[in-house]
Design a protein around this ligand. Structure first.
Ligand code: BTN
Length: 318
């Protein structure tokens, strides 16, 4: 009912009488009053004036499922949303939900994480209401060996959404670092539940620094607020991100990897550089020459031999 009330109020300019809302939505005046109080407690600024009715003045900076899915207009992504004020990690929650059979496109959102994690066992700093922390359950029709295409696809989608909503140019450092002004703005963590030849489901975890103040960030990190010098609306950015992921996901299913890799090349800053890729116990050094159709990085070593790396930490030498 609260969602219906918000929808009704947001479509009207100015005041709407309590009678009109009660009548249209089939609630008593008393119940309406209670719902309005609850919405106010959630941070919605609703002005109530006797004889005039209610007016919605502003919505809170919260990623409430209602606000995120409203006018989202996706086909399958975000049709089911789980929202938390705080979780240990959206990856763990999504994993449990995936195991319970939640459908492809299910979105897990949190306003903060107590144990947000990054790649290679690192922590992901997830302060409350400052960033976007999400995990998506996806069930792509690709072989497990191709799952890293989803990481590239997500990276492209992040860059596209940021450009569209803020005008900020971002870059991708292989495989999954999103940079702005040469500092880390976001990252992607991909986890997989699969057998040898079939993906059961994939979890794409995305962390983005949005409204973090500069003084709260380590020197190697940045936020959209720091880059743009103004507050960024997390809801509209998240909506655009979900739309872009869906578009690129459908493109991948229809046209295959090359369509995504082509877009990825436009944003990447790794190809053409001399790199050191640290993988578990060894490191590979050479020139990053291309991306393979499975998302692996092709590195030409000084011996001339081209080696493919599927995961690792890249350091750009020049
Ligand atoms: C990286 O760059 O190392 C990847 C960072 C991924 C962070 C996101 S935040 C939402 C999701 N939940 C997590 O615990 N991690 C991912």
């Amino acid at each position: 009912m609260q969602e219906k009330i918000l929808d009704f109020l947001s479509k009207k300019q100015g005041y709407v009488s309590g009678d009109q809302i009660s009548h249209r939505l089939g609630v008593t005046r008393q119940a309406l009053w209670k719902h309005i109080q609850e919405l106010k407690n959630l941070g919605y600024e609703i002005v109530a004036v006797p004889h005039l009715g209610y007016r919605l003045d502003s919505c809170p900076d919260r990623l409430f499922p209602y606000a995120v899915t409203r006018e989202l207009n996706t086909h399958f992504l975000g049709k089911k949303v789980y929202y938390f004020d705080s979780v240990s990690s959206t990856m763990d929650t999504a994993m449990q939900l995936g195991m319970k059979g939640n459908p492809s496109g299910t979105l897990v959102l949190a306003e903060s994480q107590t144990k947000g994690r990054g790649r290679l066992g690192r922590n992901w700093f997830s302060p409350k209401y400052k960033g976007i922390y999400l995990s998506l359950i996806l069930k792509p029709r690709v072989l497990p060996a191709r799952a890293s295409m989803l990481t590239l696809l997500s990276a492209v989608s992040i860059c596209e959404a940021i450009k569209e909503m803020t005008g900020i140019d971002t870059q991708i450092k292989w495989p999954n670092d999103i940079l702005a002004g040469q500092k880390k703005l976001g990252g992607i963590l991909t986890e997989l539940v699969a057998s040898v030849d079939e993906i059961n489901f994939v979890i794409i975890g995305i962390g983005l620094n949005v409204n973090n103040d500069k003084k709260m960030l380590i020197s190697a990190a940045t936020s959209l607020k720091e880059q743009k010098k103004e507050f960024v609306n997390r809801i509209t950015l998240l909506q655009e991100l979900l739309r872009k992921i869906e578009v690129n996901y459908l493109l991948l299913e229809k046209e295959g990897s090359e369509s995504i890799i082509e877009k990825w090349r436009r944003y990447n800053i790794t190809l053409g550089k001399r790199v050191k890729v640290y993988c578990q116990r060894e490191h590979i050094e050479g020139e990053a020459v291309d991306i393979d159709t499975d998302g692996g990085l092709l590195v030409r070593k000084d011996s001339g031999i081209i080696e493919k790396v599927m995961a690792g930490d890249v350091v750009h030498a020049r």
